[in-house]
Design a protein around this ligand. Structure first.
Ligand code: PMP
Length: 418
């Protein structure tokens, strides 16, 4: 078993600061994208000489690349569902979580008057695909950024019409790190015959994905694999009829100029040449997380979360957004600094301390407006500023987020800088 922290490729690279002094780069932006694990880099390097077209290629390398791609698919499926109920599910590779949720929104063949229940705590990736497809009912959050099972039950039961087509909910917020009670939410939805999509983007690197969910989506670049690979997992029968999300080569058995016989899933859902290297890298990241083990990762997360969140909360003028410091067990904190604009905090952390954080609204405008307690007039001013392209008025906050490579002293360096 590995001991944590586990350094990532490129950690501590010296970077120039505004005073001309080089300091070791410290990324506290794991919630946006992590670096790569050395085991991932090694596996990619080993694979590159065997890099070849897959599925239809008859050559030796093509067969090896096909095997590697399909082994990655099996690993992804097992990563998401291996500890859950045995069901016939498929893992479909795509670019990222956004791609996966758009894929599902298309594949559910929603009608304009269908209803999907989602929440005000979602990333835009789990709001906009549904907004485009059909009507929504949103579960509201309190000012602490949380909601309860009963709030979701009320949204599922509201309206008096036919039951919603889906509950779409995140497993962990990218803004507050709060983890909704997903297991109970899935049970509540299933009791009403409603299937559930869980957005696993923020959870995948930290905890087992909730295998009881019907559909799962997550991204490689948030779990120590490179950009460009994501996964959608769902019941096979959801992908057997109708048109696939993308139409093209690889997804078909037969094509005439006016007809098509689609292939069976998952090939049916993966038209075009796939990201084989990305899949191989994701497989390596899955293997490495398995090797480290969830108990070690959870213990590391909880220790870092406590150090980060209670440390920030103790600084005069700093306000944490979301639940109380110790109520969040993912190593992530979003905060504001009295009288200092979020962009300036982030710019100074970078320019003076070589610390990389994120600032703004974190692709979650509805959630941020609630967490910041913006008045309707302020929300209106925000909208008008954005329509006018004036980014100076963007409300927001600063987010620091840690991962498998973060050392306790990294957190202390941030706290000292803040
Ligand atoms: N959902 C959540 C909770 C996220 O944090 C993110 C990434 N910030 C996404 C979805 C979208 O992921 P991607 O950009 O990889 O599509």
């Amino acid at each position: 078993r590995a001991t944590l922290p586990l350094p990532l490729v490129g950690d501590d690279t010296p970077v120039p600061c505004a005073d001309g002094v080089e300091r070791p780069y410290l990324s506290l932006d794991a919630a946006a994208s992590t670096g790569a694990l050395p085991a991932v880099a090694r596996r990619v390097e080993e694979f590159l000489p065997r890099y070849s077209s897959i599925h239809r290629g008859a050559g030796y390398k093509s067969r090896q690349a096909t095997d590697a791609y399909e082994a990655a698919r099996a690993a992804a499926l097992d990563f998401a569902t291996g500890h859950g109920p045995a069901r016939d599910r498929v893992a479909i590779f795509g670019r990222n979580t956004t791609d996966a949720i758009n894929h599902l929104a298309y594949r559910l063949r929603l009608r304009a008057d269908d209803v999907v229940v989602t929440t005000a705590a979602e990333h835009h990736a789990n709001l906009l695909p549904w907004a485009r497809a059909c009507r929504r009912r949103h579960v509201e959050t309190g000012t602490d950024g949380t909601f309860g099972v009963q709030d979701v039950e009320a949204a599922l039961d509201a309206g008096g019409g036919p039951p919603p087509k889906l509950l779409a909910v995140t497993a962990a917020s990218n803004v507050t790190g709060w983890m909704p009670p997903v297991e109970q939410l899935v049970a509540a939805a299933h009791a009403r015959g409603v299937p559930v999509l869980v957005d696993g983007a923020q959870l995948a690197a930290h905890r087992p994905l909730p295998a009881e969910a019907d559909f799962l989506a997550w991204s490689g670049h948030k779990m120590y694999a490179p950009f460009g690979v994501g996964v959608l997992v769902g019941p096979r029968e959801a992908f057997t009829d109708g048109d696939p999300f993308l139409a093209g080569g690889g997804a078909v058995e037969y094509v005439g100029l006016d007809e098509v016989v689609w292939a069976a899933p998952p090939e049916r859902e993966e038209a075009g040449s796939p990201n084989v290297v990305g899949a191989v890298a994701l497989h390596a990241a899955i293997d490495e997380l398995r090797r480290v083990g969830w108990p070690a990762i959870t213990a590391h997360d909880v220790e870092l979360a406590h150090r980060l969140r209670s440390g920030l909360a103790a600084i005069d003028g700093v306000t944490l957004l979301g639940p109380a410091a110790d109520a969040v067990r993912l190593p992530l904190a979003t905060f504001t600094v009295d009288t200092v604009p979020h962009a300036l905090v982030a710019a100074r952390l970078s320019a003076e301390h070589a610390i990389a954080v994120r600032h703004g609204c974190f692709c979650a405008h509805p959630y941020l407006t609630r967490l910041l307690g913006l008045t309707p007039a302020e929300v209106d001013a925000f909208q008008r500023a954005m329509r006018a392209g004036d980014r100076r008025l963007v409300p927001g906050a600063v987010r620091a987020s840690a991962g498998i490579n973060t050392r306790p002293e990294d957190i202390d360096r941030l706290l000292a800088a803040v």
